[in-house]
Design a protein around this ligand. Structure first.
Ligand code: HEC
Ligand code: HEC
Length: 288
């Protein structure tokens, strides 16, 4: 009885929030980016991956749901505000900041040696069996190989480095594994995705699956993909990671949120990434 009442309440709230709101298709547009090395075309829409076939025909990057001005900022690295943070990441990469004077560059050479990693993470580390996001890999070197305290998972040092490393995979197609050792984490992430949280009792799916294309508080709802992360958010005038975005979205449902970088949101990132398998990593996106 109690349960049923709650469900009705949730539906009513969501109905209210979205009642009479406009719907618009994702913008018909192509993302060609002018970089130092020439123009590259990113895959921002693709057929849905197999595990999502009964839900969507087509998946879309969040880029398609932003206005013209915001989309334009991602067409040229010169206009992309994220590049300031990428540059800071490169300085940090080259700096001898370890206890014994180690630098990332000293062991890894150029950042281009990181190409591909962002497209296949979150992934289960073969050696430890742990689910790893890029932040975890960075911190394992910071602590175990440089003798430092771990960097805050949403701190500036981490976000600068994450931006630099993600950019190395720009244009590569997101392709996270969901089977084998990844399967239990993927199932956990999927369960979180469909669970209704908070006073508003809304799940990720209520907004990003059932209602994408609609406007909520003048925001054009996307499918909530993570291929564009980390990204520069105009509203925050800074970089936002996928983990941070999850915290923000759950807070918006007036729920207690899981911790950024914690096991629940890492599993969720794996699941959400798998919903975007087939889209290009944007390296560093721009959103409003
Ligand atoms: C003392 C040498 C050393 C230093 C210094 C070091 N790393 Fe590493 N790093 C490694 C080794 C060794 C691995 C494991 C490589 C492997 O398993 O293939 C690794 C793995 C990684 C990975 C995972 C790569 C992959 O493809 O799986 C990332 C990301 C990374 N390091 C980033 C950094 C960053 C960022 C810094 C500087 C803050 C840094 N590392 C400093 C030696 C180092
Ligand atoms: C009440 C509706 C609502 C719920 C519930 C919600 N979100 Fe969102 N989310 C938004 C809005 C609004 C935005 C900003 C516009 C957009 O990109 O959809 C957003 C943006 C995002 C983005 C950024 C997409 C991009 O390309 O910039 C991701 C990723 C995301 N949400 C994931 C999630 C996940 C995962 C959950 C569940 C934990 C969730 N959201 C729950 C409303 C919601």
């Amino acid at each position: 009885m109690q349960l049923r009442k709650h469900t009705l309440a949730a539906t009513a709230v969501l109905g209210l929030a979205l009642a009479g709101t406009a719907f618009a298709d994702p913008a018909e547009d192509t993302l060609e980016v002018t970089t130092d090395d020439g123009v590259i075309t990113l895959v921002t829409t693709a057929p849905a991956p197999d595990h999502l076939k009964d839900v969507f025909d087509t998946i879309w990057s969040g880029w398609h749901f932003r206005d013209d001005t915001t989309r334009d900022m991602q067409r040229d690295d010169f206009d992309n505000p994220s590049m300031v943070f990428v540059d800071r990441g490169l300085d940090s990469w080259n700096e001898a900041q370890g206890k014994g004077g180690e630098s990332c560059a000293g062991c890894h050479q150029g950042p281009e040696t990181m190409a591909g990693l962002r497209a296949v993470t979150p992934r289960v580390d073969a050696k430890t069996g742990k689910l790893m996001i890029v932040e975890d890999y960075i911190n394992s070197c910071v602590t175990e190989r440089m003798g430092l305290e771990p960097w805050g998972v949403t701190g500036n040092k981490m976000k600068d480095m994450l931006s630099l490393i993600s950019l190395q995979s720009r244009g590569m197609v997101q392709n996270v594994a969901i089977d084998g050792p990844a399967a239990p984490f993927w199932e956990q992430g999927k369960e979180i995705y469909y669970t209704r949280y908070g006073q508003l009792e809304m799940s990720c799916a209520n907004c990003h699956e059932d209602n994408y294309g609609k406007y909520i508080r003048s925001d054009h709802l996307s499918q909530g993909q993570v291929n564009g992360f980390p990204l520069y958010r105009l509203k925050d005038a800074g970089m936002v990671t996928a983990q941070q975005r999850f915290v923000g979205c759950v807070r918006d449902t007036r729920a207690e949120t899981f911790k950024a970088g914690g096991p629940e949101f890492k599993a969720l990132e794996l699941y959400v990434a798998s919903r975007g398998n087939g889209l290009s990593i944007e390296g560093v996106g721009v959103r409003h």
